[in-house]
Design a protein around this ligand. Sequence first.
Ligand code: G
Ligand code: G
Ligand code: MN
Ligand code: NA
Length: 253
Amino acid sequence: RLRLAGRIHSAIDTEFELYYQPICHASDGTPAALEALLRWPQADGSFIPPGEFIQLCEDTGLILALGRWVIRAAAQAQRRLADAGWPLPIAVNVSAVQFFNSDLVAEFARATQEFGLERGALQVELTESSLMRKPAQAKQTMQRLHEQGVCISLDDFGTGYSNMSYLQHLPLDILKIDRSFVSDVETNPRNASICRALLSLGHSMGLTVIAEGVETPGQHQWLAAHGCDQVQGYLLGRPSPLVEVIARLETAE
Ligand code: G
Ligand code: G
Ligand code: MN
Ligand code: NA
């Protein structure tokens, strides 16, 4: 683990890459945003998946430097995307350790300014554990991100232990239904009930609702028929390098 941590430390500015996955309007499948996802390519052409290094980065504090790099790289990508004629917002995942221990607001402000981005060009994806740990601090940071024009998504929703009455007081914009509820939504009545409940909850709070992990046309149709706003998953597009995303946007036009 120590050796891996050392490798991560020296890889931050040189080896990591961001891939981008489309988030599409459920009604017609057109792109609404992209989610940035970290990839660590290896010499043999394979990737070490984030699941194998994010936790280590959080335990060692490396997540602060890595997270800073992610914000700047996503901002640079959004500039390229906008310059290519596709001004889609890019959503960045922020882990709880990073949320509470870095000056996120300043990092987003700096990246936005450096690349001359519009308000709304960047979004943040937070998990329930971030928001529930230190509610007052979380709310304040979220409000300051909003002032910078950064929209906020609640990621992996349904898997945590949110206090619903508390959630209502947070300045959220988007709720992302975890893919575990989406995978068999047309055939599993229990997951269908959960998705209906989460859609209703999100909409009653005035939020945009995104379903993650959409892999089949049947899932997409079910979600669109039940009022889900946006869909994300392998059906709509796999995470890919920015140049490939732009090429696909251009051929789909
Ligand atoms: O891309 P993949 O499905 O392998 O991602 C696995 C997990 O890693 C997901 O929970 C995702 O949110 C997380 N992840 C991906 N990129 C980042 C990132 O830039 N920062 C943080 N904190 N987590 C990320
Ligand atoms: O925790 P978070 O929602 O950020 O995780 C996103 C992860 O989900 C990414 O690692 C991405 O590669 C993965 N992912 C995206 N779409 C699909 C999908 O349709 N099916 C599955 N199994 N995983 C997906
Ligand atoms: Mn996410
Ligand atoms: Na998720």
